[in-house]
Design a protein around this ligand. Structure first.
Ligand code: SDX
Length: 392
């Protein structure tokens, strides 16, 4: 009758579900996708290859990768009526609001109830979504700056196509910078999937009722937007800019430790990692590469490095096992490439769509799958009789 609310997604085991996609050892800081560690994948693989791995369970052969990339490239365009959908948003609408709305609207364009029963068709529609996310994301950015949309160019790579649709203009030829393309592709790999995080659990729970896949992914996008989750990349860079100079770091570290202050170090801490997030290590290395290539020196990087150093040597952070996570450095790279902070979580959602789709496919392929039904510990009043209004 008493006690705290406990969230049980309604699955039979104490874990929320069984999955073969991603393994995390939070104490050791290990992240594997189908058995391959994120360090090797981010250094040696491509986002299309990792997408294939997550969706199919094995690294593809050259022919399989070419075929997968070809299929994806043939679904990158949006229905023209959807392009007009953007015009209903205010120009200053947050791109995550636009992405959430447009992806949800896809459920009105690419699905009817008869398909729901056909898992294979639901899988095809999910690949279609992976193809359209770069177009949807780029269009959200273009709309926010009042520039015309660019159609996809299927001669470019998945990531190169996204960069061109985002930063290209009809009046000029756009040359994809291979160093930026590689860094962006690596960032997509680092964000592709992460076990049963809040947004993935949202997609699974929504999808467990047999709902339209696009509507389920829109629910995941909404959840990812929160600053405690994917929205932390935008919040982390805004925090680093607010700190501004290394001499102001101690003040913010003390604020983060003050229980009466709602401020937290954005990009720090994690529900699962009680060690360094292996993705943050790759991110920090990529910052150096991008700054060298673009010959930029954003002072916020020095603030981030010194903040990390001070926090990791602070007894509070040591005791609470708080380390930088995937969101701590990512914004510095994205800002150097030219993205505004409002686009950071959109890029996270673009990449995480692969994980959401793979997790969703895994769930609908399980013949024993049941609808999720979270339970609770009830803490309200015990049973009592109604009191008529005249007696109250
Ligand atoms: C992502 O789940 C995933 O896998 C998510 C993700 C993915 O790929 O999908 O990895 C992506 O969402 C990464 C997290 C991004 N969020 C942020 O960077 C926001 C800042 N961090 C936090 O708000 C926080 O760390 C959470 C929300 C991520 C986790 O919060 P919890 O559940 O409170 O973490 P915890 O239980 O480990 O906290 C232990 C203690 C708590 O204090 P006490 O209650 O023990 O006194 O550490 C404190 C927390 O209050 N704490 C922090 C802190 N994070 C936790 N104190 C200051 N600054 C922080 N950042």
């Amino acid at each position: 009758q008493t006690g705290k609310f406990t969230f049980d997604p309604g699955f039979t085991s104490t874990a929320s579900c069984e999955s073969a996609l991603t393994f995390i050892d939070g104490d050791e800081g290990i992240l594997l996708h189908r058995g391959y560690n994120i360090e090797q994948l981010s250094e040696q693989s491509s986002f299309m290859e990792v997408s294939y791995l997550l969706l199919n369970g094995e690294l593809p052969s050259k022919a399989e990768l070419d075929d997968f990339s070809y299929t994806i490239s043939r679904h990158t365009m949006l229905h023209e009526q959807l392009a007009t959908f953007y015009k209903g948003f205010r120009r200053d609408a947050h791109p995550m609001a636009i992405m959430c709305g447009v992806v949800g609207a896809l459920s009105a364009f690419y699905h009817d109830s008869t398909d729901i029963a056909d898992p294979e068709h639901r899988k095809i529609s999910s690949h279609r979504l992976i193809a359209k996310m770069p177009t949807i994301a780029a269009m959200a950015y273009k709309y926010s700056i009042g520039q015309p949309f660019l159609y996809p160019d299927n001669d470019l790579s998945y990531t190169g196509n996204f960069l061109r649709m985002t930063f290209g203009v009809p009046a000029e030829n756009y040359e994809v910078n291979p160093v930026i393309e590689r860094a962006m592709d690596r960032i997509f790999i680092l964000h592709a999937d992460h076990e049963q995080n809040a947004s993935t659990s949202t997609v699974r729970l929504a999808g467990s009722s047999g709902a339209n896949p696009f509507a389920c992914i829109a629910a995941g996008i909404a959840c990812l937007w929160g600053p405690a989750h994917g929205g932390a990349n935008e919040a982390a860079l805004n925090m680093l800019r607010e700190i501004g100079t290394p001499d102001r770091i101690p003040h913010y570290i003390e604020r983060a430790k003050d229980k009466n202050d709602p401020f937290r170090l954005m990009g720090f801490g994690h529900r699962v990692y009680k060690n360094y997030d292996p993705r943050a290590t790759v991110m920090r290395k990529t910052v150096r590469e991008i700054m060298a290539e673009l010959k930029v020196n954003d002072p916020v990087f020095e603030v981030a490095l010194q903040l990390e150093e001070m926090a990791l040597n602070d007894p509070y952070f040591i005791e609470k096992k708080l380390f930088p996570n995937v969101d701590f450095y990512s914004g510095i790279i994205l800002s150097a490439i030219g993205f505004p902070t409002e686009m950071f979580t959109v890029l996270f959602a673009l990449s995480r769509t692969v994980g959401w789709v793979a997790q969703w496919n895994e769930m609908i392929s399980d013949p024993a799958q049941k609808i999720g039904r979270p339970r609770q510990l009830y803490t309200g009043p015990t049973a009592r009789d109604y009191v008529p209004l005249t007696a109250r």
